[in-house]
Each structure stands twice: as structure tokens, then as C-alpha cells.
Ligand binder design. Structure first.
Ligand SMILES: [Mg+2]
Length: 447
């Protein structure tokens, strides 16, 4: 199954109400949608999201550029292709934007593979369950009053959920305790209740709060301190009976291994769009099994269901309704449990007709705008410069790939144009030709 093209599209989806946490004030969510076309009449779909949406442009550009390395490759070789992309991003880094791009492409490859084989991804990975308990994560925000918290918790119960997550981070830790007690009283002792501080506290504050919350019997206390404070998480994990959950902002097994080694987490929370896609999520899940640690996916509720269906220690789904309108199919719930889809691939198809109205505007500075003028200082020096450099071979390859995509009538909407590489400035080197280092020769003699 040969990969014939990579396409992207960006959308900016407004939220029904702003989301307020200890560190967030979110009004909309930006998504890069990724399509991997193949010669087997199958298109794999993946996506990544961005907070804030204005960061979409570099994420899309990296996805487009990295995706070019997949053209002509066999889409079934996901393990090999993961390592090809991993090697390629070595210079720009094995975290951050490159890993978002790699994750979305890997997701699309698994989707293509499942569709081509007529199997859901969880069966290709080794299935372990048909449904998974889901906790409602789309509410109980920090901005809610205590009465609103109680009403919303009861609403989630009515909807059938047996687990839910609230947020912490009020300036007075006593107020967080009062709010958590109110929710616990409202839902009763048998409902699983989690609490997320969204990295908003310091260790001393988190310790006082965590101790006071022990009687509330939380399933976990999530990201009490900044994610990079591994020692702080470890100190809290050692001091508190309540399990500590973290990992949603970590990249790859190399990010999770130090958390495990430092005993900084009792629950690991890989994020499918950041950890390195389906391939790397499985590695983190299996690594956690060696320490008898559970993993619970962070967001990406729809595609993460396949991981819950494939990993024995991944037995709790975060249900966040934000992404529901991306897809034509909805998660099916029964008694608070989400069914693992049996549809081929990841089991959810992007609803492009519905998404058209949310198409993101080109970012400032993207190729949609004319290139900025040369600064005066450079313009003055221009007369000394050598003739224009030879075009880079790879700069020609990108448009050709776009032309390889299917006719417009069958396509999802055309992708946003990736920024074209700026012309490379050619500098005159005042060196003797014979003494020119090899790495400069192309810019002097060859130019
Ligand atoms: Mg969180």
C-alpha cells in the first residue's frame, strides 16, 4: 500500500463556553487535520490540536514537510516509518512541534492500515476489551460556583457517567477543599472523582491541599505542580495516599521513563497527539506495565479508544466533548462505559462538510501574504551578492506532491498552503578557492 500524497487542513473550532483552569483561558481549539493518501483507495486520517489556535501554522507546516518523507513508502510499515521520521527530526528536536507532526502522521498511518485490512486498530494491536469506563472531563471548571459544580456533577450522573473530573487551583486551598467536598457529597462515595490542578500550584501549596483532600477519596490528584517539576511530583507522590497523575505534556517513552524512575506518577497520562502517535503510546503503555502502572489517555477521546481497547493497563478514558464535532460518528456510551469501535481503522471519520465552516484563516506571516521586503541594510549589500542560488531539489518536490492528490471533486477541502521556503541569501566569501572549506564551496564556486 504505497503512500501517494499527504494533505492537511486547519480548522479553528469555537467552544460553546470559555474553559477556565488554573493556567488556561480557552475560547477555541485549533486542529490540524492530516490525510495520508494511498494507492489502495484508502486515505488514513489523523489530527492534532493546538491551544491556542494561532499556533496552528507551524504545526501544519511541520506536518506537511515531514509528511513528504512518507511519499512512496509502504503505509503498512508503521514501525519503520516511525523511526524514519524520528531520525529525520533529530536536528529540530525529539519534542515539541516535530513530535506533534510525527504523532498526527503516525495516527493517520494506523488509520490507513486498519482501513486497508478491514480491522479496527485495537484488533491489529491485540485487543483486550469491548468497552472502557469513561470519566466526564468537560465541566466542573474552576470558573463554576459551588452550586454550579454540584448541579453539573448531578447532570453527569444523570447522563450515566460513573466517573468525572473537577479542577483545582483557587487561591485559597481551603476553597478547593470545600468545592471538592461539595462534589463528593453530591455524587456519593461510589463515583470515581478526579481532580486536576493543571500545573497551577507549588509543592508546598499542593501538599497542604493534597493532605486536606485525602478524606474526599479522589481517584487521582492530577498535575499538582508544573509538569517539568518531576522532583515536586515525586515528593507529593511519596507524601500523599491519593495517587498522583501526570504525563499529558510529555513526549515519547524518553519523557515517561524519568517519571517512572523518579516515582513521580501513580497514573501516566499519554497524549496521543504529543507522545508520538499510536506507535509510541503503545510503547509507553507497555513500559508502564513493567511497573504495574496504569495509563489513561489525555484528551483525543475518539482515537484513544483504540488504545484503551489494546492495552490491559489502559482502562479509563477521558471523555472530552470538544472533539465530537470533528467526526461523523459519535462515541457510544452504555452505563458510563464507552464502546471500543469495531469500524476499520481508528473508527472515526472526519466530517469535512461540517468542518468547512471552521476553516482556519491563514496565519500572519504565512505564504498567503507577500514576502517581507529585504531590510535596508541587506538591500544596500545586495549589489555585492552573487547571482541567485540554485533552487534546492526538495523545494521543487512539494508542489509536485500536491499535484499527485486526487481530483478536487473527491478531495476533502484543499489544504492550507504551507509557507514556501524563503530564498536562501547567498553571501560572497572572501577566501582563496583552494582554502574554502567543503561546506562553503556550494555557496561560492558552485553558485
Ligand atoms: Mg490535565
Amino acid at each position: 500500500m504505497k503512500i501517494t500524497g499527504i494533505r492537511t487542513m486547519t480548522v479553528d473550532v469555537p467552544l460553546e463556553e470559555p474553559v477556565i483552569t488554573a493556567i488556561h483561558d480557552i475560547r477555541s481549539i485549533g486542529y490540524v487535520l492530516v490525510f495520508v493518501d494511498t494507492d489502495a483507495d484508502v486515505t488514513g486520517e489523523g489530527h492534532l490540536f493546538s491551544l491556542p489556535a494561532r499556533h496552528l501554522a507551524p504545526l501544519e507546516a511541520m506536518t506537511t514537510v515531514l509528511g513528504q518523507s512518507l511519499i512512496g513508502e509502504d503505509a503498512h510499515r508503521v514501525e519503520g516509518l516511525w523511526h524514519k521520521l524520528w531520525t529525520e527530526v533529530n536536528f529540530v528536536g525529539h519534542k515539541g512541534v516535530p513530535l506533534f507532526a510525527l504523532s498526527a502522521l503516525d495516527m493517520a498511518l494506523w488509520d490507513a492500515r486498519g482501513k486497508a485490512l478491514g480491522q479496527p486498530v485495537h484488533r491489529l494491536l491485540g485487543s483486550c476489551r469491548d468497552a472502557v469506563p469513561a470519566y466526564h472531563s468537560g465541566g466542573l471548571w474552576l470558573s463554576r460556583s459551588r452550586d454550579e459544580l454540584v448541579a453539573e456533577a448531578k447532570k453527569f450522573l444523570k447522563q450515566g457517567f460513573r466517573a468525572m473530573k473537577m479542577r483545582l487551583g483557587k487561591p485559597r486551598w481551603q476553597e478547593d477543599v470545600e468545592r471538592a467536598e461539595a462534589v463528593r457529597d453530591a455524587v456519593g462515595p461510589d463515583i470515581r472523582l478526579m481532580a486536576d490542578a493543571n500545573q497551577g500550584l507549588d509543592v508546598r501549596h499542593a501538599l497542604r491541599l493534597g493532605r486536606a483532600l485525602e478524606p474526599v477519596n479522589l481517584d487521582w490528584f492530577e498535575e499538582p505542580v508544573p509538569a517539568y517539576d518531576v522532583a515536586g511530583h515525586a515528593a507529593l507522590a511519596a507524601a500523599l495516599d491519593t495517587p498522583i497523575a501526570t504525563g499529558e505534556t510529555e513526549y515519547t517513552r524518553y519523557g515517561f521513563r524519568p517519571l517512572i524512575e523518579a516515582k513521580a506518577a501513580d497514573v501516566l497520562m499519554p497524549d496521543l497527539g504529543r507522545v508520538g502517535g499510536v506507535t509510541e503510546f503503545m510503547r509507553v503503555g507497555h513500559m508502564a506495565q513493567a511497573w504495574d502502572l496504569p495509563v489513561s489517555p489525555h484528551l483525543y477521546s475518539e482515537p484513544s479508544l483504540q488504545l484503551c481497547g489494546a492495552l490491559q493497563n489502559c482502562d479509563l478514558l477521558e471523555y472530552m466533548p470538544w472533539s465530537a464535532l470533528l467526526f461523523g460518528e459519535k462515541i457510544e456510551f452504555e452505563d458510563g462505559r464507552a464502546r471500543i469501535p469495531e469500524r476499520p481503522g481508528l473508527g472515526f471519520s472526519l466530517d469535512l462538510d461540517a468542518l468547512e465552516r471552521y476553516r482556519a484563516a491563514p496565519a500572519a506571516g504565512s505564504a498567503a501574504k507577500p514576502a517581507p521586503k529585504r531590510p535596508a541594510r541587506r538591500a544596500a549589500a545586495k549589489k555585492d551578492e552573487a547571482p541567485a542560488a540554485k533552487p534546492e531539489p526538495k523545494a521543487q518536490a512539494a508542489p509536485k506532491t500536491r499535484a499527485e492528490t486526487k481530483p478536487a471533486a473527491e478531495d476533502p477541502p484543499k489544504p492550507n498552503a504551507a509557507p514556501e521556503p524563503a530564498p536562501k541569501p547567498v553571501r560572497r566569501r572572501r577566501r582563496e578557492p583552494g582554502k574554502t572549506p567543503w561546506y562553503l564551496r556550494r555557496e561560492t564556486e558552485d553558485a
